[in-house]
Design a binder for this molecule. Sequence first.
Ligand code: MN
Length: 504
Amino acid sequence: MQNAMTDPHHATFRNLLTLIREAEPRVDIDLVTLAYETAQQAHAGQKRISGEDYIIHPLGVATYLADLHYTDTTTIIAGLLHDVIEDTSYTIDALRKDFGDEIADIVMGVTVLEKLKYRGVERYLENLRKMFVAMAKDLRVIFIKFADRIDNLKTLHVWPHEKQLRIAQETAEIYAPIANRLGMGKIRGELEDLAFPYIDPDAYTWTKNLLLSIAPKREKYLDDVKDIIKKALAKEKIKPVDIHGRAKHLFSLYRKLLRYDRDISRIYDIITMRIIVNNLADCYATMGIIHQRWRPLKGRIKDYIANPKPNGYQSLHTTVFCEKGEILEFQIRTKKMHEEAEFGVAAHWRYKERSEQEGGSTTAKLDLEWIRELTRWHKRIHDKEEQLQKMKLDVFQNRIFVFTPKGEIIDLPEDATPIDFAYHIHTEVGNHCSSAIVNDHLVPLDTKLRSGDIVEIVTDKKRKGPSPDWLQFVKTTTARSKIKSQVKVNIVDWLKNIVPTTKK
Ligand code: MN
């Protein structure tokens, strides 16, 4: 283990500690330090393809998480350790022993996600959804996954073209929509804008130059408008929390440009004015003040407070003929709405506060909220699939989601066993199942599987068929009927063999 004097990354780690302390003054610094040293030791000698020490990556992920301010120390520690199980000889058992179940479970969740492979959007989305539901035990897994992806995107330039494209597409098509669904606008924007140059370099350059061509003079203009607004609000005794200009994220601007035949003059929210106020009443009052001063464009007043977007986004939008006749969009919201627009579910995720107030058992409650959210989302994206649309929350509650060693998700009823799993894979796998390995441990065949388990079935070709004993513990009707029919066949075989012998 390296000490502060010899560790070249110690400054980065100290910066991380500072961020953590800001967010959570009573943090267990020793545990964070232990996590860093453990990760450092586990990844010792490993390099990223860029040639940097590998530890830079978990440090980057943890720093990003700490920067979010909505994540707790547990998440940050799990972020530091997120690649140790996948990439080093440090085991899950050691992790459990050294850092406890909570952190171990989160890291395991991230590791399982790591195993999923991108094979077409539809399939992957479906897999991801199932997995997310299974991982709903802890949303922090997803936060780490987002941070991991963002850190990887930042160093994507060193990878071969094919991999760049795959990662970038996967980011834009899967990660970003999920971040969007979770209302995490900031992360969604970052994911997309980091992926954009790899997906379409020309479009990226074009959009970036377009924005650069209008941004500087717009900046000066916004400063002037800001002064006018401030005075007008002060007259009505409204004290804004913040007023700032904001440029649209590049990828979302590009998408919008495509919808408008690349006609930039028809897009009014490229650079907007954002007004953050203290309460709901001030939101509407502020919009009134703006409308008194500048005439609003018809059909451009949007009340996402009364009618939030499906992902929960709340804000008032209005576009007006502003100073010097220029068209400008205003977005007005409370501080809470703003935080929720930027961080989405993460903004609700103040573990430390909640667990203090409610005595620690937060996960179950948050769980439900999260599953409900995903269920709603899933229903929407699969509008056509009527059957799925009727799917109720309780469908998930009686199901478990386990994984093949290749990361395929198998959906089974609660208390299902490796035998159920084996028959789900293939009748022959079930019939010749000789033993089962769950999370790298050999287990009895009647073991009850749990969501997130990675299950491997060992088959024996010489095995005659299923054991009738299995009928006592299997949970799926498939397994039951297949065992029954096989057992019958076997008895017939057995009789056939017996009968000639006795005749002899
Ligand atoms: Mn990673």
